[in-house]
Design a protein around this ligand. Structure first.
Ligand code: HEC
Length: 110
C-alpha cells in the first residue's frame, strides 16, 4: 500500500482504522468547517467569528461550551432532535460527532 497519500487517506490506508469498530469519526477541525458554513448564520462559532445574523438570538458556541450541562453527548442529542427555534439541519452522524467535538472543545477543560 502506498502511504505517500494525502493526510486523510494516509490515515485510512495506513492503520488508522485497524479496528473498524473503534474508528474515530469525530474531527473537531471538520466540525469547525461545518460550523463556519452551516451554523455561523445564527451562532457565533468562536470568540472571533460573530454570527452573520445577530437577530437570530442563537447562543454563542463558546457560551454553549461553557454551560455546565454541555457535554458532547448532550450536543449530539440536541442535533439529532427537532427544535422550535432552530431549523432542523440534516446532518450525517459523522458531521454531528465532529460538530459536537468542536463545540465542546471551545470551553476550557473542566
Ligand atoms: C437559523 C438559525 C440557526 C442556525 C442556522 C443554527 N442554529 Fe443552533 N440555535 C439557534 C437558536 C435560535 C437557538 C436557541 C434555541 C432555543 O433556545 O430554543 C439554537 C440553539 C443551539 C444549541 C443549543 C444550545 C443550548 O442551549 O443547549 C446548539 C448546540 C446549537 N444551536 C447548535 C447548532 C449547530 C451545530 C448548528 C449548525 C450545524 C446550528 N446550531 C445552526 C439558531 C440556529
Amino acid at each position: 500500500m502506498n502511504c505517500a497519500t494525502p493526510m486523510f487517506l494516509a490515515f485510512l490506508a495506513c492503520g488508522g482504522v485497524a479496528a473498524p469498530a473503534l474508528a474515530q469519526s469525530s474531527d473537531p477541525s471538520a466540525g469547525r468547517r461545518l460550523a463556519a458554513s452551516l451554523c455561523v448564520e445564527c451562532h457565533r462559532i468562536d470568540e472571533k467569528t460573530p454570527a452573520k445574523d445577530e437577530a437570530a438570538k442563537a447562543p454563542s458556541f463558546v457560551d454553549v461550551a461553557r454551560m455546565p450541562s454541555t457535554t458532547e453527548l448532550a450536543i449530539k442529542v440536541f442535533l439529532r432532535s427537532s427544535h422550535r427555534n432552530m431549523p432542523n439541519l440534516i446532518l450525517t452522524p459523522d458531521e454531528i460527532d465532529s460538530l459536537s467535538a468542536y463545540i465542546v472543545g471551545l470551553a476550557p477543560k473542566r
